[in-house]
Design a protein around this ligand. Structure first.
Ligand code: FA5
Length: 348
């Protein structure tokens, strides 16, 4: 067989192989086998040394033509297969953008945080400043500066968790009162401050008591403040949170840092005032303590009680939340059960 015929035969066979190669690896292998240094075309070219000088350029040109032809066929097949691979991948990874999306469950502020925020808004509207106190507090601010010296019997009602003898988890947001009083500059106007936060007590947990709970402290000090201002403010709080369907009663009480002192009760939501286990048969639920700031407390902060006076209150948003939503056990607020908490999510 002449070299030209051999080359033609190699071309036809090669083209058929290239066409039938169905994966890239096969095409690459054909290239190595056919056009590589040890391949049949190289071998044919090597045989050219036996040709006459006239034949040599003709066969050489034909061999180059065939090599180019095969190389083009290989390149062409490669891009065909590459394109097919990309198309197959695109088809396999196709996204159906018309499928409905998966909703991500969204949380909302805890119901007690909602109550605190609602009251903060009310008091900001009345010109109060909102401040944060420290949960880890000094005995000095939590008790002594509130007219509760070390051996005062009223400390018994507010036993707590001590960090050292002098540092404790605060039992009341009233601890923020002396801090606010000592830092206020009365030449700039009256003191009107609201300090919400968490407090701790060695209380036995029951339906209305938790060993950690929240309080919101309000303190107003200026000239000519009277108990009528206190009553008006507390009535506004009750009306804002509950509307008019609940009665509020002020009852004489005792706190060492207010004189006179009161406690405010709201009609029991559970029995509507008839008496039940939730309200311990009284028909009322106590929601806050309050009173007129004691002259000693003002004096200890360097304020002249002959000139200035004021009122203070400390309310329990946990108890308010129970009343507002008819929750019969305060401990539910602290169990973090989403099924319970999501009932208070606001729509929209
Ligand atoms: C006080 O803590 C005073 N500091 C309140 C005060 C402030 C009086 C300013 C005068 C002037 P009392 O211990 O009564 O008072 O608590 C106030 C409110 O906190 C209660 O009315 C109640 O709503 C809430 N509270 C008290 N103990 C608990 C408890 N263990 N669990 C849940 N809420 C409680």
């Amino acid at each position: 067989m002449s070299l030209q015929d051999r080359l033609t035969e190699l071309r036809d066979q090669g083209l058929a192989d290239i066409k039938s190669a169905d994966v890239l690896n096969k095409v690459n292998q054909i290239k190595v086998d056919l056009l590589g240094k040890k391949g049949p075309i190289t071998e044919v070219l090597r045989g050219m040394r036996d040709l006459t000088p006239e034949e040599r350029p003709k066969v050489g040109a034909y061999a180059n033509e065939i090599r180019d032809h095969l190389q083009n066929a290989i390149d062409h097949r490669r891009s065909e297969l590459e394109e097919a691979a990309v198309n197959a991948q695109l088809a396999a990874e196709k996204l159906d953008v018309t499928l409905p999306g998966r909703t991500v469950p969204q949380g909302q502020p805890h119901v007690i945080t909602q109550i605190i925020t609602e009251l903060e808004d009310l008091f900001i509207g009345m010109g109060y400043e909102i401040e944060d106190g420290d949960e880890v507090e000094e005995d000095y601010y939590n008790f002594e500066r509130l007219n509760l010296p070390k051996d005062h019997p009223a400390r018994d009602m507010q036993d707590t968790f001590y960090i050292t003898k002098e540092v404790l988890l605060r039992t009341q947001t009233s601890a923020d009162q002396p801090r606010a009083l000592e830092s206020h500059d009365f030449s700039k106007g009256p003191l009107k401050v609201l300090t919400p936060g968490r407090v701790y007590r060695r209380d036995t947990d029951d339906a209305t008591h938790s060993h950690q709970f929240h309080q919101i402290e309000g303190l107003v000090v200026d000239k000519h403040i009277t108990m009528a201002d206190l009553k008006g403010t507390l009535t506004l709080v009750a009306n804002t949170l509950f509307g008019d369907q609940f009665d509020v009663r002020l009852r004489p009480s005792y706190f060492p840092f207010t004189e006179p002192s009161v406690e405010a009760d709201v009609t029991c939501f559970n029995c509507n005032g008839k008496g039940c286990a939730v309200c311990k048969q009284t028909g009322w639920i106590e929601v806050l303590g309050a009173g007129m700031v004691h002259p000693r407390v003002l004096e200890m902060s360097g304020i002249d009680p002959e000139v200035y006076g004021g009122f203070a209150f400390g309310l329990g948003p946990d108890r308010f939340a129970m009343l507002k939503y008819g929750v019969d056990d305060i401990r539910n607020f602290y169990l973090n059960d989403v099924r319970f908490l999501s009932q208070f999510y606001k729509k929209g």
